[in-house]
Design a protein around this ligand. Structure first.
Ligand SMILES: Nc1ncnc2c1ncn2[C@@H]1O[C@H](COP(=O)(O)OP(=O)(O)OP(=O)(O)O)[C@@H](O)[C@H]1O
Length: 363
């Protein structure tokens, strides 16, 4: 019998390396595929692509799998980076990792893998896919909740999930590191990457500077007092505390300042003092670009939980007024610094239902 062919996305990191090894152990014909998604002509300082590729080559050699490389930087620029800049220019704080998964890893990559004759693709993401009794596919949280990445994968559709496996979904990260050491992977001790998707770990404001113009304007308090000048609304995030440039005491009550609202029409940044200021909390939100794993929205009034940013506890809420590609959520408790542009991702227990892009809060 011919072996099933699986193409594994290999980043040079320990997770995808162990994923590839596990699949080989399970008897699949494994092909590693390395993507280059970012071209940077003028500085290499923060770009780890070369080292990552060398790591992938030595891992593939050690575990005995074939390797391919593919360049999706044009697709990444068109489908992910352009949208990322549009969102920033519109005063929102986008999540390029979510878009990169939907457009590159599980679209361009998936198509390429199928052209290589694969039956499935695999990645080193911490999440699980399961086929339910009625035949449809579910996206589930990883067993290791501290590493769960279902938040970034919530836009995956039935056809994508049907062709995907996540070999690490049942394993704690500590076990993955142990396995990497046991099989002497050359990258067993490599640090986990923390940068934004393929942009890497360069200082973010500096990076954004290259692409977005500075449009300074007033920084005001909710009562309209001007307390400073901002360098351009795109350079601030709701809830931001550091880098605002206001000392704790400037005309205020001594508490720290936070970014609370952006008024694009007036090019004004509103700042408030104190973590618990009412402008920083919201009970409701409205999201656009809804995407549902099951292919359809949960019913109105459905009680579930949601994350409005990665690394947040699930918060109880009800879905209100879902229709077309929009939905609204009402939380049981007020949420802090819910940020337009980030994803609101919904869960029913361990099952990721899907989600959308936060458009407005307190609607
Ligand atoms: N450059 C790349 N080429 C191919 N696949 C990639 C690449 N970058 C990421 N992936 C795939 O996406 C998965 C999740 O990516 P993420 O950025 O969360 O992980 P990572 O820290 O880069 O690397 P790893 O998970 O392999 O340790 C990876 O495990 C890998 O399967």
């Amino acid at each position: 019998m011919t072996k099933q062919r699986i193409v594994v996305g290999m980043s040079g990191g320990v997770d995808s390396s162990v994923a590839a090894w596990l699949l080989k152990q399970q008897g699949y014909e494994v092909i590693g595929l390395f993507m280059k998604n970012w071209e940077d002509d003028d500085d290499d300082e923060y770009c780890s692509t070369r080292q990552d590729w060398l790591d992938v080559v030595s891992v593939a050699d050690l575990i005995g799998i074939d390797l391919e490389a593919v360049n999706f930087s044009a697709e990444y620029k068109d489908r992910v980076f352009a949208e990322f800049l549009r969102e920033y220019a519109a005063g929102r704080t986008p999540n390029p990792d979510v878009l990169c998964n939907a457009e590159i890893k599980f679209k361009a990559f998936l198509d390429h893998a199928f052209a290589l004759g694969a039956q499935k693709i695999a990645t080193g993401h911490y999440a699980r896919v399961q086929q339910a009794a009625h035949g449809s596919f579910q996206l589930l949280k990883a067993h290791d909740l501290s590493k769960d990445q279902s938040y970034f994968l919530h836009r995956l559709t039935q056809p994508q999930l049907a062709r995907t496996c996540f070999p690490l979904g049942e394993l704690p990260k500590t076990k993955v590191r142990e396995l990497a050491a046991q099989i002497s992977l050359p990258n067993a001790q490599k640090k986990d990457s923390t940068g934004i998707c393929f942009i890497g770990e360069r200082p973010f404001r500096e990076f954004l500077n290259r692409y977005l113009p500075h449009q300074p304007g007033p920084m005001k308090t909710p009562d309209g007092r001007v307390v400073g000048e901002h360098i351009g609304l795109a350079f601030y995030t709701l809830g931001q505390r550091k880098g605002i440039g206001l000392g704790g005491s400037r005309g205020g009550n001594g508490e720290p300042w936070f970014v609370a609202m952006k008024d694009l029409a007036q090019n004004t940044l509103y700042v408030v003092q104190g973590h618990d200021h009412p402008w920083l909390t919201s009970l409701t939100l409205q999201a656009t670009d809804a995407s549902w794993v099951a292919g359809e929205a949960p019913p109105d009034g459905f009680i579930c939980s949601a994350k409005t940013r990665y690394r947040q506890m699930d918060m109880q809420c009800a879905i209100e007024g879902s229709g077309g590609d929009r939905f609204a959520l009402r939380f049981n408790e007020a949420q802090w610094a819910v940020t337009p542009g980030q994803s609101a991702v919904l869960y029913d227990g361990d099952i990721c239902l899907g989600g959308g892009v936060i458009d407005r809060v307190n609607v």
